[in-house]
Design a protein around this ligand. Sequence first.
Ligand SMILES: [Zn+2]
Ligand SMILES: [Zn+2]
Length: 306
Amino acid sequence: MIVCFLGSSSGMPSKERNLTSININFEGENFLFDAAEGTQRQLISAGISFMKINNIFLSHFHADHILGLPGMLATMNMLDRTNELKIFGPKNVKEKVNTLIDLALMQLNFKVKAIEIKKGLLVESNSYTISAFPLKHSTHCFGFVFKEKDKKGKFDRKKAEALGIPVGPLYSKLQQGFNVKVNGKTFKPKDVIDFSKQRKGRKVSIVLDTMANNSYLKFIKESDLLIHEAVFLEEKKERAKETMHSTAREAAIIARKAKVKQLVLTHLSPRYKDEKEILEEAKKEFENTVVAKDLMKIEIPRHKIE
Ligand SMILES: [Zn+2]
Ligand SMILES: [Zn+2]
């Protein structure tokens, strides 16, 4: 699981920072959160294939979060994409995505499926879930949780082979909790899985644009990584309230209350040239804080088997 910070500025880009988008790479697939202007070039610089992006999550429709989308669709089309692309966004996402496609006179050769975000589960596979929760911003806005599923039990491959269960899809069936039959003999998951061993799944939470508040603590709690906007410093606390954004200190307090392992501050106002100030302010409340840099990558290591 690798998180890449494609950009880290808010409002407008600067010489040092592109606007904010985040990519999570998990099991060979890329998940893009927000599609800010310039995102496709940042993806190229980061060495991330956007042909392996099948899901894009738009937190809200403010200009600095979505204007990279039409350009990216055009490129995918030029590269002969055929796979369906799902775009999740708040209310009216279908109309908005269609408007962006029409605006650029695009005739796409692949299917784009726009899906309105409702609080709760958005995507689920055998190994992960992605869910959304509402934030408090000047327009409908959602935060996201990417959660690797907990692994209950350790699969004993050697034992399975010794029992004569052929390598392949039957293994995953057993891991999913089903009995399987081989040459008339039935095998149960407990025959090949040591259920005394557990591995907790990794969790990454993304909070872009919100007035910091306690309402979303329960969704992000105990994340391995919390990515939180920090448009302002505490000196501009009033401005943060007016524009419904957070300060670095507020984001750090959220991280502490939610008992996350690590905090990354991003979506920084271009007015702050020195990230040290941002870091110092946050560290007073939550020590394990990092300020995002463009193209910075953080690998979240697998949890140990308990
Ligand atoms: Zn923003
Ligand atoms: Zn916004």
